[in-house]
Write a new protein. Structure first.
Length: 553
């Protein structure tokens, strides 16, 4: 029995020891379970936050890609429309320089990011130091949270909320910039349409002005010819009047002597016959000259129409060349311009040759007419010598009456020519007034076109600036995404390296500014194109100098 009691006591003692060990193990198990629960909670919150951040990052990536695709499509559409307005080479140079400036700004941002990373490292060290205290206080925090019913917010959730706010702000800025860009693009399209309409109106007005100038020249030539004919007719009328007065005096004085009268009548008849023949020949010649002038006028009109058509065609070609000159190489444009100039010179030489040929034809016609007149006069003289004996006083009286009727007709024709000359002068005055008004309208249209071209250039520059700002914002959003994902790589490892890179970029900018100044001095014709580049470089250098002064102060 004693043995059994001893064995029972030993077993009780062993059972107590085992119970104590079991209680200790249970406590250890509970502590381990608490630690495992805390770790699981931390892991779950971290995984949820990372998954949410990844989802947001993928959404931001998709949105940025869609925006980039839309921006690329819009840029392609605008590039085809702005070939008429902007010079691509100068703009690309400006964009390259601005890209370099943006890289310098990115380097500055990298320096600030380096400082932030150092601060983050220090914060991580403090977090590691306090992690032990946080493990001891987790149970107390759990009890407090159970009592208060609050929600646990970890550091990752706080950073996630901050990042979400920043992303929302950036998204709002991007949408506002897109809306502003679209408004500016619509304004640019309206300005381009207005410019095209004004250019069409200007071309039509120029064509109408050239037609009016040619019409004025034709009317002036006709007026001059009519005035010459009028002067000739007036001289002939005066001469005939003098002859009639002489004849009347001679008839009145020589009535007493019939022989003298007969002789004088014969001489007068001969003179009148000769003059009548001369007038007839002159009338025939005038008709021939008129027909020839009409033919020459028709030929000249045909030639002028042909030359005007060629000139209009060449003007259209020159306009097309000027429009496409911005999209092609400068050497090929110069070659085409030289070919066009040579073709225009060839057409002018051809026109001069045609004018010389016309003058030669006119001279040949004049010689033929003179020969014809000489032959007709010789034949008439022979006829007059035969018919001298048959002339009588009655015939002479008839001839005098006939000459008087011709004189009256000549006077009537002279009055008609005077009236026509006055009408033509009035028409020429009206045409001159129309020409002046058209010239003034053309000048106004030119001024408007110059103003519109300046506005278009300013709008194009403003659009380029906005596109560059949009690209900067997109690059900045990419860098922020890379920073969030932990894939961001710094260009400069230290502050000294960043300062050296900054000095190197400033030296490059100064050398580029010197090159631009030299180009503008050696080639003044490109000074206007390079003025934008020079202004951007000088402004950037001034900003760098101001930044250094502020840093030193």
């Amino acid at each position: 029995m004693n043995m059994w009691k001893k064995i029972h006591k030993d077993l009780d003692q062993e059972a107590k020891v085992l119970q104590k060990k079991l209680s200790r193990e249970i406590l250890k198990k509970r502590e381990l379970e608490d630690q495992i629960d805390a770790l699981l909670r931390d892991k779950l919150s971290a995984t949820k936050s990372t998954a949410y951040i990844k989802r947001m990052a993928t959404n931001v990536h998709d949105q940025s890609r869609e925006l980039e695709v839309q921006a690329a499509l819009l840029e392609n559409a605008l590039a085809s429309d702005t070939l008429e307005v902007a010079k691509v080479k100068a703009e690309t140079k400006v964009l390259d320089e601005q890209a370099k400036e943006l890289e310098n700004e990115i380097e500055k941002r990298n320096e600030s990011l380096i400082c932030l990373q150092q601060k983050i490292k220090q914060a991580n060290l403090t977090v590691k130091r306090k992690q032990d205290q946080i493990d001891h206080l987790n149970q107390k925090l759990k009890r407090l949270l159970d009592n208060t019913g609050g929600i646990e917010l970890g550091p990752l959730e706080i950073t996630r909320n901050n990042l979400l706010k920043n992303m929302a702000a950036k998204q709002e800025e991007i949408t506002s910039l897109e809306q502003q860009w679209l408004r500016e693009q619509t304004e640019l399209i309206n300005k381009v349409k207005a410019k095209d309409e004004l250019a069409d109106d200007l071309s039509r007005q120029q064509v109408y002005l050239s037609v009016l100038n040619r019409k004025k020249l034709r009317l002036d030539s006709e007026i001059n010819s009519i005035e010459k004919e009028k002067a000739q007719l007036s001289r002939e009328v005066q001469r005939l009047q003098h002859s009639m007065t002489r004849l009347n005096k001679s008839i009145y004085e020589q009535r007493s002597s019939s022989d003298a009268i007969e002789q004088e009548n014969r001489f007068a008849e001969e003179d009148f016959v000769l003059r009548i023949r001369e007038k007839e020949t002159q009338a025939v010649e005038a008709e021939a000259h008129l027909e020839e002038a009409v033919r020459d006028k028709e030929d000249l009109l045909a030639d002028l129409l042909e030359t005007e058509r060629h000139i209009l065609l060449w003007e259209k070609k020159i306009q097309l060349v000027n429009e496409t000159r911005q999209a092609v190489d400068s050497a090929s444009g110069l070659a085409e311009l030289k070919s066009i100039r040579t073709e225009i010179h060839r057409m002018e030489v051809k026109k001069a040759q045609i004018a010389r040929q016309q003058e030669q034809l006119i001279r040949a016609l004049e010689l033929s007419v003179q020969k014809r007149e000489f032959i007709m006069e010789r034949n008439e003289c022979a006829k007059n010598t035969k018919s001298k004996e048959t002339l009588t006083k009655n015939n002479l009286q008839r001839e005098i009456e006939y000459l008087q009727s011709q004189i009256t007709n000549f006077e009537k024709n002279a009055k008609k020519f005077d009236d026509e000359c006055s009408k033509l002068e009035e028409e020429s005055g009206k045409l001159e007034d129309d020409l002046k008004s058209k010239c003034n309208a053309c000048e106004e249209m030119r001024k408007k076109t110059m103003e519109l071209t300046k506005e278009l250039q300013d709008l194009a520059e403003y659009r380029q600036k906005k596109l560059i700002e949009l690209q900067m914002r997109q690059h900045a959003s990419r860098y922020w995404e890379q920073l969030l994902a932990g894939r961001y790589r710094r260009l400069c490892s230290s502050r000294q390296a960043a300062q050296n890179e900054r000095d190197r970029q400033i030296g490059k900018m100064k050398s580029m500014l010197a090159v631009v100044d030299r180009l503008t001095t050696e080639f003044p014709e490109i000074k206007q194109d390079l003025s934008v580049v020079c202004q951007i470089l000088s402004n950037k250098l001034a900003q760098e100098d101001d930044g250094r002064n502020t840093e030193t102060s």
